[in-house]
Write a protein that binds this ligand. Structure first.
Ligand SMILES: [Zn+2]
Length: 380
């Protein structure tokens, strides 16, 4: 067998250590949580002479930090920030037994986002080991917990960690530099009616029927309104009515119906604004529904200036002439909200994320590592 490159070997090691987000497993499942992967990262850092630091985020869940100091006192800071958790596992745990086959490395987290952990870690450790390193830029590897559920790790870092001049958030972007993504607002709408016997529906008010009209207004009128808006990197905002619940059985007129809505927002759109425009639309059509809060903190959109010198430098290292937008959100927005301009970059393709045969191309993994190393060595 051919010798494996460091990033490939590290990715195999990382996948073999399960770090499923606890939200996707029953309490107490030994495969849940990021603690073991964080310890593995800390250990690699220690061996390379980088003192690891942990940041307690939630019980048993800690961000791991590796600092690589410049030769002179630091005047800048660049963060490499992949998340350590993964989504859940299919019934058979084959995804915890990674394998390389035909230029692909299979396993849970291979592309989302342990591939980025391996690439970023390998790049930092390569710079730490030998060769040119930045004169006055501190490099910070930041392994984050909980991206796949509530982004607790990046929110915590944004509130308590040191700001940087740039954060490169690790997600599979096919080695494109991403400066924009949509935000996400989840909302619940409720219609109220009056119960009655199913034999005398005229004596009641059917909340399901009322909601049917609301759903239709959202999926047609509101969607058409959203399609008229457009962002150069992101296209139009979207709406999806993803769940509906109302009534109990056929012979009772339902007195309540609830829908859950996923509204992807453009930079400049806010949750309050979304609520206002839905309220306005329903009122204009003579419909009545009230809001419930489904999730406390919406994910904000990301919009980072592609002209920032460090963003342009990353583009040059990656051989890209322009930045792009994506339709998913990640840790970049919380970090940007905390005051660190953030982009998303990493090997692999989001199309393979969360799938039951998740994989990453080993060529992409190695090229991503080389790009990051080149970028880090070129920092001021
Ligand atoms: Zn991810």
């Amino acid at each position: 067998m051919a010798a494996r490159s460091l990033p490939v070997q590290r990715l195999l090691d990382l996948i073999a250590i399960p770090s499923v987000n606890p939200a996707f497993l029953p309490a107490g499942d030994p495969r849940a949580g990021e603690a073991q992967v964080a310890a593995f990262v800390a250990d690699l850092g220690k061996k390379a002479g980088l003192a690891p630091e942990f940041q307690a985020v939630a019980p048993g869940r800690r961000n791991v930090l590796l600092h690589l100091s410049p030769a002179a006192p630091a005047r800048h800071r660049v963060l490499l920030a992949p998340h350590l958790d993964t989504v859940g596992l299919p019934a058979l745990d084959t995804l915890l037994h990674p394998r390389v086959q035909g230029g692909r490395l299979y396993g849970r987290g291979a592309c989302d986002t342990k591939g980025c952990v391996a690439a970023m870690l390998s790049a930092v450790l390569a710079v730490a080991a030998k060769g040119p390193r930045p004169a006055e830029t501190e490099i910070l590897f930041l392994g984050l917990v909980d991206e796949e559920n509530g982004q607790l790790g990046s929110r915590h870092y944004a509130a308590h960690g040191e700001r940087g001049d740039l954060a490169i958030v690790g997600e599979p972007t096919r080695l494109e530099v991403i400066t924009a993504h949509k935000g996400d607002v989840w909302l619940q709408l409720k219609t109220s009616g009056r119960s009655a016997h199913g034999a005398t529906p005229q004596l009641g008010r059917n909340a399901v029927h009322a909601m049917a009209r609301v759903v239709d207004a959202l999926e047609t009128d509101y969607r058409a309104e959203l399609n008229r808006r457009s962002h150069p990197l992101l296209g139009s905002p979207t709406i999806n009515v993803g769940a509906i619940a109302g009534g109990t059985q056929p012979n009772i007129v339902p007195n309540e119906c609830v829908i859950s809505i996923d509204r992807r927002t453009l930079p400049g759109e806010s949750e309050a604004g979304v609520r206002r425009e839905i309220t306005r639309l329903l009122r204009a059509k003579g419909l009545k529904a009230t809001f419930d809060n489904l999730r406390l903190s919406p994910c904000h959109p990301l919009e980072t200036d592609p002209g920032l010198p460090l963003v342009r430098q990353l583009c040059r290292a990656a051989g890209r002439t322009r930045t792009r937008g994506v339709h998913y959100f990640c840790d970049a927005a919380p970090l940007a909200e905390g005051g660190t301009p953030s982009v998303v970059f990493g090997p692999g393709d989001i199309a393979q994320a969360h799938t039951s045969d998740e994989w990453i191309s080993t060529a992409s993994l190695e090229r991503g590592t080389a790009i990051l190393e080149k970028f880090l060595r070129g920092l001021p």
